[in-house]
Design a protein. Sequence first.
Lengths: 99, 255
Amino acid sequence: MNPNNYLYLSALLFTIGAIGVVVRRNAIVVFMCVELMLNAANLAFVTFSRINGTLDGQVTAFFTMVVAACEVVVGLAIIVAIYRSRRSASVDDASLLKR
Amino acid sequence: MVIQTPEAVMFWILAPLAVISALGMLLVKKAVHSALLLAWVMITLAIFYIAQEALFLGIVQIVVYTGAVMMLFLFILMLVGVDSSDSLTETIKGLRPIAITAAIGFGGLMVSLIGRATLGRDAIGLEAANADGNVQGLARLLFSDYVWPFEVVSALLITAALGAMVLAHHERTIARPSQRESAIARFRTGSLASAAGLPGPGVFARHNAVDVPALLPDGTPAPTSISATLKARGDMLESSQFQLDVVDTTVVEEK
């Protein structure tokens, strides 16, 4: 087996996450799909680190995890704030600017 | 570098499982099920990290992602309502076929790119870089070449924590009524009968449950002694069936 297989898996997971972001309408599920995309990118970083024989890829993946954690905290706070005022967690309902 | 058979076996077992649960995340209706499937995908990714000589990242993946982040997601799901299931009908016409076609195109592009790209050499592996241990190697990089990004990331963390606090902060628009104000309001608005508090439920010594209205001194039942929820559900019992002449009070003779 070649380490490239991990890269194929990473591309596949990223694509699935991207479909989820576009297709699903519950804001929390959309958010989880974004997390899946970030994780897929992390897997690619770790694999490249192994292919290149240096740890820089792993450091980058570590930073990605920190940024993802920040993003989750702020994003979920926004979802809760929207839910408080509109009683819905669907991304279609937050369309106040449209009208 | 040649990958040994055990890792290949692990990959071919776990990778399809990860892909299936990621697809399931898209297809299941309930957000909680999506969260559990995502947690499984993250655990498989942690195993892949550990298999790829990234021990520290594998542990961090489990602690931070499946531990902290997924718990946060589940907390928010509890707040928003666990049974808030997504209707899977599409609101924008033709969105789904377009999205899937675009995704297949993108995925095909990525896969063919990875398939065609050649490095011109074999993969090196991390035996040399991890010679002093994975954590030590990462720490050496983090506190030498990557000190500046590390500091910036710490600023980002503090900003995110502050942002979450600001977003979650909830200002009262009307001041909370004081005890004195609510006492005055009780005497001014309601009837004087309820001013001193509502009677408790139950026919004393006969049936003392919360679903039986209490009896007033003149023997009539007091419906105000029953919780409004029980009344609305129709769980209120008639207190007349517990009257002394109705209930069988004969003492059974012991043998």
